[in-house]
Design a protein around this ligand. Structure first.
Ligand code: BGC
Length: 784
């Protein structure tokens, strides 16, 4: 039988591979949706879904209704699990499901366990309403993709879409109906560990990646076979955590919110996301789970979001801790009135159950309660759970064995790598001349770190380390020696996740002194040293902020000792932050992020030239942590002349590498910029065209970027803003004429002066090029 989901996946895979080949991605194609799968059953109409949900609602008691608004963490069997409150009585979650007090579970990822729990809901509860299973499918389920920040570094939304489509297919087959992803929080502070989960610092790149991931997860409609509901998070502003300290409060101006932090959420909603997760922290003093302005006014009224809102884990119960409610009952009332539908919780007596009394006391209206319940019922109806509550473990086994999935992961890892330095064209390594390679570093043979942070409680992950990848690629042609040199650095503070779920996998024990010396000696004996350094996978992600951006542990010392051998050094960086190399200058630096299951083969291909790096930085690579927060789109100051030397005690205050930067094994040139109209009226569009030429000797891919600056306006406007981009493959010597269209949507912004969206009459600068330093310039004017 034809599997429609597979057909769609192959279309996406082909699109990704084509883009990697001579075809490239036409600029217009970036906005194009993947074609809907053939033979896919049509979704039921909105009216049919609502009618069915209302009919069910009509049969529900108040207690059954509030039960639908509760989602429990469920790991293994929770019978007897306690809440985070040590004094609470053990709680039997299975019995609560049978009583209809739980509508959804998270963290169940085994198909047999999904079926067991679903059976309790479907066979033992009075109304037989199935459970909705949610999970953090962040960068893969069984096949692990490069982390989302890496996907953003590909500047190729199709890569992100294809990766999340694979993740969705595997998760759905296991019985997961909904993911708490994509994380679309903009951040400009790399100390914040969750930078790894998002798309970096820019709203335009962030919006493109947000929409692409929603399409990948959900397919062409909510409930499409092989797909799951997407839940963009954390609404909103979480990435601006004060000092980069996870969970701490966020103070953001309305202008920053509307122009920078909200656009990726808006793009995700426009792409049809079925869920939104509210953030934990206070935004301008109001905890996100109680922020009625954000949830009811912006999300629902302004943007027309029709799905359900879930809190972040324990978000309702944290309202009293955050000083925003006097009791758990008041917290539940505040949250639902603010627009929350579902409360994610540790198992225990849910505060949401108290909403029965809140309706009696008239602090919550019957309509508010019913509307929240309807939204959850509609999600279950759309996912087909009433007809098909169970999954087939055999189908799951077949799904994760599909070799196409590994290919998607490998292509994504290759396309997300960013080449930062390549002195003397050291990379790619010359297979004919390189007789020996010393592979060094604590992450060179650590498949676990190669996977990245959100490899959580799902199926036992596997991955191929860089050592394994290189060994397989080189065979006996090149002598490959290996030493970790130094141990994997350890976190000072254990995180909530450490030791509980997929704990760090230590390297085999070795003697620290002799291994360090051995690594340096191997480098000295070899033609080239390849160091794989960076941050352990648990140094990024939730609750994993860092105060500094240096290489943790003794890695810096190792790097300097290897450089001191005088051998050519390639540094492969595995991290999700700009790393401060403190003046050490390896000849070549390749940032591979956390490249996922297929990281080993992908990095081997990149090093040996069978893949050409074409990724670009999704953030400004600041010199050190003390420059955070930073973004390239700052406002022009009254003293632009000193902008590069703002600090008394460092030589520069400009980033080491600009936003959008990345080298290739070939070179590109931009020329002949033409703006289609000198002057346009408000609301009109114009085209910006230019020639892009591959001036080198190899085929390669370039991400052409277009930036604008509005010279005068109701508010000051940033010195530069990315507006368009396209990744294209070009043959050596090939020139392509590229056209980007700027529309009124690209030229308007939210102004604090008028407290609304404006399109000003003004002169504009426009630049195109291969980074935010693009210097091929033009101009145009919006007439008054
Ligand atoms: C995180 C969310 C995540 C949730 C469930 C929370 O602590 O902030 O991003 O989805 O846990 O795992």
């Amino acid at each position: 039988m034809k599997n429609p989901h597979r057909a769609r996946l192959r279309v996406l895979l082909m699109a990704t591979c084509l883009a990697a080949g001579a075809g490239g991605v036409a600029p217009g194609a970036l906005a194009a949706k993947a074609p809907p799968a053939r033979n896919t059953p049509a979704p039921p109409s909105d009216a049919a879904v609502e009618a069915r949900a209302r009919a069910l609602l009509g049969q529900m008691t108040q207690a059954e209704k509030v039960g639908q608004l509760v989602q429990f963490f469920y790991s293994g069997t929770n019978a007897g699990a306690t809440t985070s409150d040590a004094s609470a009585k053990p709680y039997d979650a299975d019995a609560a499901i049978a009583r209809g007090e739980v509508g959804s579970l998270l963290l169940v990822t085994d198909p047999n366990e999904v079926n067991r729990l679903q059976r309790i809901a479907v066979e033992n509860s009075r109304l037989k309403i199935p459970l909705l299973f949610g999970f953090d499918v962040i960068h893969g389920f069984h096949t692990i993709m490069p982390v989302p920040l890496a996907m953003a570094a590909s500047w190729d939304p199709k890569v992100a879409e294809a990766g999340q489509a694979v993740a969705a297919a595997e998760a759905r087959a296991a019985g997961v109906n909904w993911t708490f992803a994509p994380m679309v929080d903009i951040t400009r502070d790399p100390r914040w560990g969750r930078i790894v989960e998002g798309a970096g610092e820019d709203p335009v790149l962030g919006a493109a990646m947000a929409a692409a991931q929603v399409r990948g997860f959900q397919g062409s409609y909510i409930g499409a076979p092989g797909h799951i509901i997407a839940g963009p998070k954390h609404f909103a502003g979480y990435g601006a955590a004060t000092g980069g300290r996870d969970y701490d409060e966020v103070e953001l101006s309305d202008s920053q919110l509307h122009n920078v932090y909200l656009p990726p959420f808006k793009a995700a909603v426009d792409a049809g996301a079925g869920n939104i997760m509210s953030a934990y922290m206070q935004l301008n003093g109001v905890p996100a789970a109680a922020n009625g302005w954000l949830l009811n006014e912006v999300l629902r009224k302004e943007w027309g979001f029709k799905g359900f809102v879930v809190t972040d884990a324990g978000g309702v119960l944290s309202l009293p801790r955050q000083g925003a409610a006097a009791s758990p009952e008041e917290a539940a009332t505040r949250a639902i009135n603010a627009g929350v539908d579902l409360s994610m919780e540790f198992p225990g007596k849910s505060p949401m159950l108290s909403l029965v009394d809140a309706v009696k006391a008239d602090t919550v209206s019957q309509d508010t309660l019913d509307t929240a319940v309807l939204r959850l019922l509609e999600a279950k109806i759309r996912m087909g759970l009433f007809e098909n509550p169970y999954v087939d473990p055999k189908a799951y086994a077949a799904q994760i064995a599909d070799p196409a999935h590994a290919q998607v992961a490998r292509t994504a890892a290759e396309r997300s790598a960013v080449l930062l330095e390549n002195e003397g064209g050291l990379l790619p390594l010359n297979a004919a001349k390189t007789k020996s390679i010393a592979l060094i570093g604590p992450f060179a043979d650590s498949w676990h770190d190669t996977l990245g942070p959100w490899v959580f409680t799902g199926p036992k992950p596997t991955g191929v380390s860089i050592l394994e990848g290189l060994k397989a690629k080189l065979g006996t042609k090149v002598a490959l020696s290996y030493s970790p040199g130094v141990p994997v650095p350890e976190r000072i503070h254990k995180s909530f996740f450490d030791g509980k779920v997929n704990p760090p996998v230590p390297l085999p024990a070795f003697d620290a002194k002799s291994e360090f010396d051995k690594a340096v000696a191997l480098a000295a004996e070899s033609d080239v040293a390849v160091l794989v350094l960076g941050e352990a996978q648990n140094m990024a992600g939730e609750s994993a902020s860092r105060e500094g951006l240096g290489l943790p542990g003794r890695q810096q010392e190792l790097l300097e000792a290897v450089i001191a051998t005088g051998k050519p050094v390639v540094l492969v960086l595995m991290s999700a932050r700009p790393i401060d190399l403190k003046g050490a200058r390896p000849a070549a630096v390749l940032d591979v992020w956390y490249p996922g299951s297929q990281g080993g083969p992908a990095v081997a291909d990149l090093l040996m030239g069978d893949a050409v790096p074409g990724g670009k930085l999704p953030y400004s690579w600041i010199n050190s942590a003390s420059e955070a927060p930073y973004s390239y789109d700052f406002m022009p100051s009254h003293a632009p002349w000193g902008a590069a030397t703002r600090y008394w005690d460092t030589a520069t205050s400009t980033p080491r590498y600009p936003f959008g930067y990345g080298l290739s094994y070939t070179t590109f040139a931009y020329a002949n910029l033409a703006v289609s109209k000198d002057t346009i009226a408000k609301g009109a569009s114009l085209d910006v065209s230019f020639d892009l030429t591959n001036t080198g000797k190899r085929k390669g891919e370039e991400v052409a970027q277009l930036y604008i600056h509005q010279r005068a306006g109701t508010s000051s406007r940033p010195v530069r803003q990315l507006k368009k981009f396209a990744r294209m493959a070009l043959a050596p010597g090939e020139t392509r004429r590229v056209t980007f269209t700027l529309t009124a949507d690209d030229l308007r912004y939210w102004s604090a002066a008028t407290r609304g969206w404006v399109e000003d009459a003004s002169a504009f600068d426009v630049w195109v090029g291969g980074s935010s330093k693009a210097d091929l310039a033009g101009e145009f004017t919006i007439a008054p």
